[in-house]
Design a protein around this ligand. Structure first.
Ligand code: ADP
Length: 237
């Protein structure tokens, strides 16, 4: 398994009372598989990705990712874990504006044990259809092209797992399908597992595993988002 979750509870401290955003009894993803997790905004998808990336510690439960038990690791071990094993694609791309496409991909190789590899950076940009844009800065690229640079950067360190948070959130439906297909193919070529979270049902149709997050996350209630449920129960001001 590349990801194994057991009795996972994630809370946010809202000052007055803790608010449970994620409550998952058990979930796992086999190595090399691709999963799409879908659900409306606010249902806890980003929270889950942050926990799987080791960016957010759960209140309780087990989080095993790429063979590491994240809940037993120190902050610096978690930094090394991410650098070695995980590529993260952010909804807003998170590209550095002052750097070209190829430099942004090279920066994706920073903090890893391998040396930055300009040949691989160019090869990745070629794979995402941007060989003619390597020297362009983000402001000179379309939104779809920026997302492709972000995909190339996430693959730069040859991660075992890619986590993509609403990777098509800023794209129109035609480009959304194209970018998801490209991301999936790039992961297949590198033997990398993939978890995409999205509120867009159109994105999830073709995945090996399409998971309705409301069914997985017990913190989600029929009354709406977890926050709405907590407010209804009087737990959140
Ligand atoms: P999604 O990714 O599905 O839109 P999130 O994981 O971002 O959902 O959020 C899940 C719930 O947790 C929401 O109700 C959101 O308001 C709440 N939440 C997210 N981040 C924080 C935070 N840092 N502090 C408090 N509440 C948060």
């Amino acid at each position: 398994m590349i990801v194994e979750l057991k009795d996972l509870i994630v809370e946010y401290d809202l000052g007055t009372a803790p608010f449970t955003a994620v409550d998952i009894p058990a979930w796992s993803l086999a190595r090399g598989r691709q999963a799409a997790i879908h659900g409306p905004s606010g249902c806890g998808k980003s929270t889950l990705l942050h926990v799987v990336a080791g960016l957010l510690a759960p209140r309780s439960g087990r989080v095993r990712v790429c063979g590491n038990e994240l809940t037993e690791m120190s902050e610096s071990d978690l930094d090394h874990f991410r650098a070695a094993h995980v590529g993260y694609i952010f909804q807003d791309f998170n590209l550095l504006q002052g750097y070209t496409a190829v430099e942004n991909v090279l920066l994706g190789m920073a903090f890893s044990r391998q040396k930055p590899d300009r040949h691989r950076a160019r090869e990745l940009l070629d794979r995402v259809g941007l060989s003619h844009r390597v020297k362009h800065r983000p402001a000179q690229l379309s939104i779809g092209e920026r997302q492709r640079v972000a995909i190339a950067r996430a693959l730069a360190r040859k991660p075992e797992l890619i986590l993509a948070d609403e990777p098509t959130g800023s794209l129109d439906p035609a480009h959304a399908g194209e970018v998801v297909n490209l991301l999936r193919e790039a992961c297949r070529q590198d033997g990398c597992s993939l978890i995409v979270v999205s509120h867009d049902p159109g994105v999830v149709g073709s995945f090996d595993e399409a998971i309705a997050f409301m069914e997985l996350n017990r913190a989600f209630s029929a009354s709406g988002t977890p926050r709405a449920a907590a407010v209804a129960a009087g737990g959140v001001a």
